[in-house]
Design a binder for this molecule. Structure first.
Ligand SMILES: [Ca+2]
Length: 374
């Protein structure tokens, strides 16, 4: 069998999820044969990590568009965080554009963080970008110059595995479709036990998505990958799209305040979201800049910005077209009812519930944003 790079992988779309993923061939090696039984592994109970004098290690997986860029700035400028790796994936923009945007943002921050390019399409689905929202280049089409640095030679999937293994307790923040993380879990399920937190920007637990009424983009684009992550036993903290709307939106007075900081990062943060601001108004009739990824990053940096959390089994719909990518949150714990246990068995086996954030302190979220851009 001729091995192929991951971006040229061959998949079988008709077999069941795990079988299909097992059929993926890629350059490193075949996925472990025991994957079916073991891609969901036990891991210790999650613990929140509050700001500490010892820098916390972050790995950020991103489809770098305009709100991702702001989230990267927040992490790169956080004094108590060491961003050890940025991995990119196809999502809002094609993966190579995502890498370019991540490198540009890192350079704008004067940071030195390796960027690794990852999967260029979802596990099984046809790739669909979101340039209609963020602009063709994902950064509002302002013709930003090419970055000086290049991506690392290691694939993002291997970078995730190596980075987690080298940094036990690491915080993973996903701002994109979960393709890279799912592939890393498939290749090395043991990494689950070494992840301290996994903050996921994605989902619409209140059932009002930004792609369909049921689904938010990151989950909708690659629902099979999201399902693998939710079944993996990772200590997921789910930051849904609902947290980024309404009073969380950066309004005209907030924008004026940020521009008043009068520095290149503040100007970039507003400017690169110009296309997204327009698209968001068309989509929701809300005026202002919605920043889902920065809200997730604010919570990754300080979980107490989330003011209402609860723990539930969370699954992802992969069979229906109508509700593709729906984050199904078991708020009433129906999984405990023996009549439902067959359906929920994969999650029940792992005894790992996700922490779902329902509300945030909007004043403190915006203070975190201002602090990063000041
Ligand atoms: Ca994103």
């Amino acid at each position: 069998m001729v091995e192929q790079p991951i971006r040229n992988r061959q998949v079988s779309g008709s077999s069941p999820l795990v079988g299909s993923i097992l059929s993926i061939t890629y350059s490193y090696s075949s996925l472990p044969a025991e994957f079916i039984a073991t891609f969901v592994r036990w891991a210790p109970e999650p613990t929140f990590c509050y700001p500490s004098p010892v820098p916390r290690a972050f790995l950020i997986d991103t489809d770098t568009a305009s709100d991702d860029a702001v989230a990267l700035i927040m992490a790169l400028r956080a004094p108590d965080v060491r961003v050890v790796a940025i991995t990119t994936v196809a999502g809002n923009v094609p993966v190579l554009q995502s890498t370019r945007n991540a490198l540009y943002t890192v350079e704008l921050c004067g940071a030195n963080v390796p960027v690794y390019t990852g999967a260029d399409k979802p596990l099984l689905r046809t790739y669909q970008n979101a340039t209609w929202f963020h602009g063709r280049d994902g950064l509002g089409d302002h013709n930003y110059p090419s970055p000086h640095q290049s991506a690392e030679g290691v694939h993002a999937v291997d970078a995730i595995i190596e980075t987690v293994e080298a940094n036990p307790g690491i915080v993973i923040v996903t701002l994109a479709p979960l393709t890279n993380l799912a592939l890393a879990l498939a290749k090395k399920p043991e990494i689950v036990a070494k992840v301290g937190r996994c903050v996921v920007m994605g989902g619409a637990p209140c059932c009002e998505g930004n792609v369909t009424p049921s689904a938010e983009y990151n989950i909708w684009v690659d629902p099979e990958a999201a399902r693998i992550v939710m079944h993996s036993g990772l200590p997921v903290e789910l930051v849904g799209w609902h947290l980024c709307r309404g009073d969380a939106v950066v309004r005209e007075d907030d924008i004026a305040r940020i521009l008043g900081f009068n520095n290149p990062l503040a100007k970039f943060a507003i400017e690169c979201n110009s296309h997204a601001r327009h698209a968001y108004k068309v989509q929701t009739r809300e005026d202002g800049i919605a920043l889902p990824d920065p809200v997730a990053m604010a919570i990754a940096l300080d979980p107490s910005i989330g003011t209402n959390w609860s723990e539930h089994y969370v699954d992802v719909e992969t069979q229906s077209e109508l509700t593709r990518g729906m984050t199904v949150v078991d708020r009433l714990n129906v999984a405990a009812d023996e009549r439902n246990q067959a359906v929920w068995a994969p999650l029940l086996e792992k005894k790992r519930r996700a922490k779902v954030c329902w509300t945030i302190d909007n004043r403190r979220w915006k203070e975190a944003l201002f602090s990063a851009l000041r």
